[in-house]
Write a new protein. Structure first.
Length: 666
């Protein structure tokens, strides 16, 4: 989540969320507001089909394909299943489960079909491609983790033509071409912002005439190449105007048109083969469910080769949407604005969280920013915003991890798609309350050597100063100490545990010298020493327990982990919608929460942080666009919204380093 397995739920929001021209803030929630606070509920997930729906559940629909015969193929990433249905949403077949064997997946991200309806899956967490026939029978596989010829790191997009299979090798920032038997043909591209370079290539599409289209997501461009890797042209620039792009993710090509699913602008745009924008192509949109035409972070768009059938998937709403025959996808932003709104105020997503005493930091990936809040009360108050989109000092591209060192007044942020960790000095006022922050320095660059990173993500503060850094796609943890002139040092923890393909978060018991790895897709917590020796597991469903009807200690989809001062373990479960508490030995103690939008309920709880100084548990209630605060027993102490419209004084914007100024060297 090797991968950026922030699911899109987590790998996902991180990779997908965008910046706008004005940063939004967190409002203060008063006691009177707390009792009445409600948030919109999400409808039961289904593929929409007019007045009826098949009530099977998507957990995270990412990839999609549709054939001329109107068979719909949906890749459900979290459940690691391929679901086959008709346009009405009736499921015909499904196959797949979590694992490493043939026919099994870990966090798959891409799906394509060929003219025979053979199915090709980008099995991202296993760093391979798998091929099946139209009924789900396994045919073959290829790839494997690595940087070499034919090897892959976190493959995401996939496309197929009559001869070749094209793979967006996202972790290596290149495109790899194979024949249909998996023989390596060629690779092209490297990390960068040039015409022949990529920063997180994701969606792919072919036109059947030898051209390949690539969604270069973090450069906000579409790039066109020949199948031989010859560069043709590129278009797009960051923005929300027609023809501009914000995190292009999914692509489809049919009947002379390229369809682009934009995560950041919540829309589908269409272009001619040469890049000419089709402002409004065809008729008014005609979704099969006319009650909902709006899009919310569309991750994929599928169009049948004959152009008649269209399906789009929106993972954060747990649904896919089919469109009426011959209707065209709406090629403009949704009503009111280029970003999602619910009711009279905007609700946007928080991601990671860190707390140290009265200082609270929340990752705000939609704005590529970090919110700093004064947490001296249980109604945290926004005091500053750090960052903004960019690659200069103090700016971020997808901040993915955060930590606070309160003793030294330092803020650490993983800047995932700039492949570095940035450090900020925290400022306090005369009353010793958090007031602002300023850029201090940055560590790292893209690469595999010591002191280099490939998508750094989770951070954990070290007791002796500095942080542990999950160097996700390099399958290791590195250490940044508090001697800012020193190189980061690689720890002894590496992929010997064979868990990095599905680990999204970790924490460390520094007194016991134990690492707690959150194995998201094989739901459990793996506890190891710093030499990768496994000592125990938590939350795992054992063979002897399978007959139990109720397993309170079992994890379903763990998304966040934290330890308190007594080494009790707290885990957020984004499927059961609960917080689970274990003792230091892994014995289940209690849980709280449940699905919903009311206070003390959750919808996809994500990151969790412990304020050991005051005995508080902070939880990012991701789907309800808020944070909630509890004591160690699960009693509610407070809550705060994330992303509601509120003006922030201009002097509170931070990270405004002059363009062209470079981060401090390592």
């Amino acid at each position: 989540m090797k991968k950026s397995l922030r699911s899109i739920s987590t790998v996902f929001v991180a990779a997908i969320l965008i910046i706008s021209q004005a940063v939004q803030a967190c409002p203060v929630v008063g006691a009177a507001d707390l009792a009445n606070m409600t948030f919109p509920k999400t409808q039961y997930p289904f593929i929409e089909s007019g007045s009826q729906a098949n009530q099977f559940s998507y957990i995270e629909p990412l990839g999609a394909a549709v054939s001329d015969s109107a068979r719909v193929y949906i890749l459900d990433s979290i459940s690691s299943k391929v679901r086959i249905s008709n346009l009405e949403g009736k499921e015909l077949k499904n196959f797949g489960k979590v694992g490493k064997d043939a026919g099994m997946f870990v966090a798959p991200k891409g799906l394509a079909i060929d003219s025979k309806e053979d199915i090709y899956i980008a099995d991202s967490g296993n760093h391979r491609i798998q091929r099946f026939n139209k009924n789900g029978r396994y045919i073959n596989q290829w790839g494997g983790y690595g940087y070499g010829q034919g090897e892959l790191i976190n493959p995401t997009g996939i496309a197929v033509d009559a001869q070749f299979v094209y793979v967006a090798d996202t972790g290596n920032n290149r495109i790899v071409v194979y024949n249909k038997d998996g023989k390596f043909i060629r690779a092209f591209g490297e990390y960068g912002a040039g015409d022949k370079q990529f920063n997180q290539p994701v969606g792919l599409a072919t036109d059947g005439y030898g051209s390949l289209y690539i969604a270069d997501s973090q450069n906000d461009k579409i790039k066109k190449f020949s199948r031989d890797g010859k560069f043709y042209n590129t278009w797009g620039a960051r923005g929300a105007l027609p023809g501009q792009l914000s995190t292009p993710f999914g692509l489809a090509y049919a009947q002379g048109l390229l369809y682009v699913a934009e995560l950041g602008n919540h829309r589908i745009q269409t272009f001619r083969a040469g890049g000419k924008f089709e402002a409004v192509f065809g008729d008014t949109p005609k979704p099969r469910n006319p009650l909902d035409i709006r899009l919310h972070y569309p991750a994929s768009i599928a169009v049948s080769p004959n152009g008649k059938y269209k399906v789009g998937c929106q993972p954060l709403l747990l649904r896919c949407q089919s469109y009426a025959l011959d209707a065209s996808i709406y090629a403009s932003t949704m009503e009111d604005s280029a970003r999602w709104e619910q009711g009279v105020t905007r609700h946007q997503y928080g991601s990671g969280i860190a707390v140290d005493g009265n200082m609270l930091a929340v990752l705000y990936p939609e704005e590529h920013s970090v919110l700093l809040l004064d947490a001296s009360t249980n109604q945290p108050r926004l005091v500053a915003v750090v960052g903004g989109f960019g690659s200069t000092a103090g700016k971020f591209k997808n901040p993915s991890g955060v930590a606070i060192d309160g003793a030294k007044n330092l803020l650490y942020v993983s800047d995932a798609h700039n492949h570095r960790v940035q450090v900020f000095s925290l400022k306090k006022d005369s009353k010793n309350k958090l007031h602002s922050a300023s850029f201090k320095l940055a560590y790292g660059q893209f690469g595999q050597n010591e002191g280099e990173f490939n998508e750094p993500s989770a951070l954990v503060k070290r007791a002796s100063g500095g942080v542990f850094v999950m160097d996700t796609l390099n399958s290791r943890v590195q250490v940044i100490d508090d001697n800012f002139e020193a190189m980061p040092k690689v720890t002894l923890v590496n992929d010997a545990l064979n868990i990095f393909s599905s680990v999204e978060h970790f924490t460390v018991s520094q007194k016991a010298q134990e690492f707690f790895w959150l194995d998201t897709y094989r739901p459990k917590v793996v506890v190891s020493d710093n030499k990768s020796a496994v000592k125990r597991t938590l939350g795992e469903r054992t063979t002897q327990d399978r007959q139990r009807k109720t397993q309170l200690d079992r994890l379903v989809f763990p998304a966040g982990i934290a330890l308190d001062h007594q080494a009790r373990v707290y885990v957020t479960d984004a499927v059961s919608q609960k917080i689970k508490q274990f003792d230091a030995n892994g014995i289940y103690l209690k849980e709280w929460g449940g699905w919903g939008g009311k206070i003390e309920e959750f919808y996809k709880p994500k990151s969790i942080a412990i304020d050991s100084k005051r005995g508080r548990v902070f939880v990012i209630d991701f789907g309800n666009n808020r944070g909630q605060i509890f004591n160690y027993d699960g009693a509610l102490l407070g809550a705060f919204g994330i992303g509601h419209a509120m003006d922030i004084p201009p002097q509170r914007f931070l990270g405004d380093i002059a363009e062209g100024q470079k981060p401090a060297p390592i």
